[in-house]
Design a protein around this ligand. Structure first.
Ligand code: PMP
Length: 313
């Protein structure tokens, strides 16, 4: 029997389906919350789970919390320790997704002053397989623009901001595509609904800069480091025009959930031969090994956990 998903909630570990909030919760009405998505990868040979770069995720969570004027009850280091305990207690022996959420928990429906609202934090761990279920994605340029920093910060994972991603992703999927690509308010390429984006042209690797209204992705930083250290390719961060994607040799998306995924097509135009290219493949291979602790050089990106033989609550 599969273990029950657990949540760290109210200072204890309980079955996630017993962790409840009230209908008046501020975050439910206004999206006043910040979250993270962390992968925890099962390594069958070692019989261990590897939580991938949790400290970096919790540091980004803390940045979002500070923008929302929240007082997180734990430091990022303590949150890593709580996550290890959650994973250990859960007892899964398969890939997991960890969802920390810091939210305005005050039961106040008509108050727009962050400094008057209490907050709370939960961490949920669920089994999780692939996020994108095709090897090569077909994409559409979104008619929605990426949220601009002058409206709401896109560099942290604010819950309200994800309505932007959800509108774009939904439209793309209903139009028969796998993923949406956002342009920013300047009309330059920003990112996917839940992924950063890289372009390969004549052996060079290019990605939009952090000022393009993108999320500073943790996978993005892994890719930049491994491309440099393992393939000798330095990534150039610069504004990218839409047509550069049509004319690229390769384009790929990166994200915790999406891993490294080649883009085969954008707006009905094939990218390269439409099947993904060799540089994408090399980076993808390295990344898949790194996230399961299989590359000794990058093992410190992972926090190892031996799951409890039986789930204990
Ligand atoms: N951009 C957006 C909008 C995202 O939601 C994500 C997923 N967190 C990413 C990029 C990739 O970030 P990361 O590699 O840290 O998961």
């Amino acid at each position: 029997m599969s273990p029950t998903p657990l949540a760290y909630f109210g200072g204890e570990f309980i079955p996630a389906n017993e962790a409840k909030v009230g209908i008046m919760t501020h975050a439910l009405h206004y999206g006043t919350a910040v979250f993270e998505g962390i992968r925890c990868n099962w390594n069958e040979e070692e019989e261990k789970l590897f939580i991938f770069r949790p400290l970096d995720h919790f540091k980004r969570l803390a940045e979002g919390a500070s923008i929302l004027r929240m007082k997180l009850p734990h430091t990022p280091e303590e949150l890593v320790r709580l996550t290890v305990e959650l994973v250990e207690r859960s007892g899964y022996r398969e890939d997991m997704y960890i969802r920390p959420l810091a939210y305005k928990s005050a039961l106040r429906v008509a108050n727009l002053k962050l400094h008057e609202l209490d907050d709370d934090l939960t961490i949920i761990g669920v089994p999780f397989g692939s996020y994108i279920d095709v090897p090569v994605v077909r994409c559409m340029t979104a008619s929605w623009r990426r949220i601009d920093e002058t409206m709401m910060p896109p560099r942290v994972k604010l819950s309200a901001g994800y309505v932007n991603s959800i509108l774009a992703k939904t439209d793309a999927v209903l139009a028969g595509f796998d993923e949406a690509i956002f342009l920013n308010n300047d009309g330059k390429v920003a990112e996917g609904s839940g992924e950063n984006l890289f372009v390969v042209k004549d052996g060079a690797l290019v990605t939009p800069p952090l000022t393009a209204n993108i999320l500073p992705g943790i996978t993005r930083s892994c890719v930049m480091q491994m491309a440099k250290d393992e393939l000798g390719i330095e990534t150039v961060e610069r504004p990218i025009g839409r047509a550069e994607l049509y004319l690229a040799d390769e384009v790929f998306l990166t994200g915790t959930a999406a891993h490294v995924t080649p883009m085969g097509e954008l707006d009905h135009r094939l990218i390269g031969d439409g099947k993904g290219g060799p540089i994408t493949k090399s980076i993808q291979d390295l990344y898949f090994k790194a996230i399961r602790g299989a590359l000794p050089k990058y093992r410190d990106w992972c926090v190892e956990v031996i799951p409890a033989p039986l789930a204990k609550v």
